[in-house]
Design a protein around this ligand. Structure first.
Ligand code: DQQ
Length: 609
């Protein structure tokens, strides 16, 4: 404990954090100038710096990317792709984003002409480990009337165990959204570089009463029902409300719309990028949607709206061919989120190599469009995460794929620390701008936790702004502060706070970016999410944070709340950054274990295929 700094270092940190209260009150005008004026006139280097490019998150060498599209892992050869009768034998297979012949394929929305959204084609990269990627030529480009205005999001499905197909949305000359299919030209090419468009495109057009032809997109991976027919769902606006429309096919090419949606809701108007998959409660393993689904499995419907990815857990009723959520919440602010930060348009796939389900999402920049144009690049993908269902069937858990650990080096480890109120402990001897940190916090005096207010669930970001890292309560805030400049003016804070709620505890996890950078014109919210904590079963709260230059990706409570954020501290360019663990709650917190590593740079899309 001799390394724990207190109280003067913490006071500095505390003063800088509590700019609106303590510092301003004590120092009046000077404080006001110092704190409130610096965002308008910072003397910081240009944002055009390679130091903001991530070292191990997925991004192309330049230009704009958004949604992850079909992904999969490849397998065998000798498939004649022009034979569209591929699905005649509908024996169960694996499907999803792609793994093929020991190679993962990652497709993504890509603008080959610049760092803003537009001219969208399907970028294509391949990997053997989900971490190091080789960039190939785009897989699908805007060459036919049915995609001339854009090759938008879609999904890969593996037909009959070894025959990949991709269905994607095209924007046609009238800007209607239609669904098209492509097949690999040569299955013996392990990289599947070339994809051929079917002359039957568009396969599905936006027809039917109440269907908005410019809100009809993003087909899911296919799955096979008990009748042996393929199904896909498509995000749509139907009669002014959101729906995942259901289509059926015998051969994966000729599709008929089922007269009812897989699921619809009048709580919102359109769902982008629906994803539909099966999970087994408490099992950290994935299920293949086209194989027999074991009894006891639940289904998840994920949809993208309101700038975030939300999900419902329920059952897939095979008789009615509909998804039936366990709980229907009319207020969509209460729907669970895959990630409470900057994460959108995610897609999952069943990884047959390791028997897990993996989810990937898009994380946009939070600087300005002109910054992106000046940088020449915009957008990354979050680290691929294993995703599974908690044993209580109430929430999804996520964890970075284990392959990411191969990038760890220079381990530092601390055991049995205790942080009293006001303590700040510096984690040294690693690269704090490119790191992986795992911390367990053990709670004492949890009975004294403040009461939980259910209304906070309606606006968790507001709660994180109100209850920030400077506001002491009985149990919390405690956590990690990263990308801290030498004078501590810049810092990104990840912290927990414990509340008592009837028989259980509710934990608030925040990722507060409001002091993350001196640069003007950035979007710097305080993200936050709540999770339940069962004191009978656990007395530790874990935090894992992946810091990758302009990306800070955190997993709280074993992956119950995930928050990815983008930050641009001037200190990354000028002066370097530091990292601390802290407790600002009145009761002490123990840290039985803290481990941190520098992260090596991965080979992400550096080689052209
Ligand atoms: N991005 C795609 C659409 C999708 C949206 C276009 C979600 O297909 O709905 O680039 O980010």
């Amino acid at each position: 404990m001799s390394l724990v700094l207190r109280p003067w270092v913490f006071l500095l940190f505390h003063v800088l954090l509590s700019y609106e209260s303590n510092f301003q009150r004590r120092n009046g005008v000077e404080a006001t100038k110092r704190v409130f004026l610096y965002p308008q006139s910072p003397k910081v280097s240009s944002i055009v710096s390679n130091k903001y490019r991530t070292a191990y998150h997925f991004q192309p060498p330049q230009n704009w990317i958004n949604d992850p599209n079909g992904m999969y892992l490849s397998q065998t050869t000798n498939f004649q792709i022009y034979n569209v009768e591929v699905a005649k034998d509908v024996s169960p297979n694996f499907s999803g984003p792609m793994y093929y012949n020991g190679i993962y394929h990652q497709f993504y929305q890509y603008n080959p002409n610049g760092a803003i959204w537009g001219d969208i084609v399907w970028g294509h990269s391949v990997s053997r480990d989900l971490i190091n990627w080789i960039r190939l030529e785009p897989a699908i480009e805007r060459t036919t009337p049915s995609d001339i205005n854009g090759c938008w999001t879609g999904s890969a499905t593996i037909l009959n165990g070894d025959k990949p197909a991709i269905i994607y949305t095209g924007a046609d000359p009238d800007k209607r959204q239609v669904q098209n299919i492509v097949f690999p030209k040569n299955l013996s090419d392990p990289y599947l570089r070339e994809w051929i468009k079917s002359d039957k495109n568009p396969l599905i057009e936006p027809v039917g009463p109440g269907l908005n032809s410019s809100q009809f997109r993003d087909p899911t991976t296919g799955w096979i029902g008990p009748d042996g027919l393929w199904r896909i769902a498509i995000g749509a606006e139907l009669n002014g409300y959101s729906a995942a429309l259901l289509y059926k096919s015998e051969d994966f090419v000729n599709w008929t719309r089922v007269d009812h949606p897989l699921y619809s809701s009048n709580a919102s108007t359109m769902w982008e990028c629906p994803d539909f998959f099966a999970v087994l409660p408490g099992k950290n393993s994935g299920l293949d949607m086209s194989a027999a689904i074991p009894s006891g499995a639940k289904h998840v419907l994920k949809m993208s709206l309101d700038n975030c990815d939300k999900y419902m857990i329920g059952v897939y009723d095979l008789k009615s061919d509909t998804f039936v959520p366990d709980t229907v919440l009319d207020d969509r602010r209460l729907w669970s989120k895959i990630d409470y930060g900057n994460y959108y348009a995610s897609k999952s796939f069943f990884d047959s190599k390791k028997g897990r389900r993996i989810i990937w999402g898009w994380t946009n920049e939070t600087d300005s469009t002109s910054d992106d144009v000046a940088k020449g690049w915009a957008g990354i993908h979050a680290i691929p995460r294993s995703i599974w269902l908690d044993s209580n069937s109430k929430q999804l858990l996520q964890w970075p794929v284990e392959e990411i650990e191969s990038l760890r080096r220079n381990e530092v480890s601390h055991q049995d620390m205790e942080l009293k109120n006001g303590d700040l402990f510096e984690i040294k001897d690693i690269d704090t701008s490119q790191a992986d940190v795992e911390i367990d916090f053990e709670l004492s005096a949890i009975d004294t936790a403040d009461p939980f207010e259910p209304a906070w669930l309606l606006d968790t970001e507001k709660r994180c702004r109100e209850a920030d890292a400077t506001v002491a309560s009985s149990v919390g805030p405690f956590g990690l502060v990263v990308l801290v400049s030498n004078n501590m003016e810049e810092h990104t804070t990840l912290h927990f706070r414990v509340y008592k709620s009837q028989q259980k505890y509710m934990i608030l996890m925040c990722s507060d970016l409001r002091r993350s950078s001196l640069r003007p014109g950035l979007y710097t919210p305080a993200y936050g999410g709540f999770f339940e904590f069962d004191l009978e079963k656990e007395n530790k709260i874990s935090l894992r944070t992946l810091i990758d230059r302009s990306a800070v990706e955190s997993f709280g409570g074993g992956g119950r709340v995930c928050i990815i954020a983008r930050v641009y501290p001037a200190a990354l360019i000028d002066g370097g950054t530091r990292m601390y663990v802290f407790n600002n709650g009145t009761s002490s917190v123990k840290i039985p274990q803290l481990k941190a590593w520098s992260m090596r740079r991965a080979q992400v899309n550096v080689k052209k295929g």
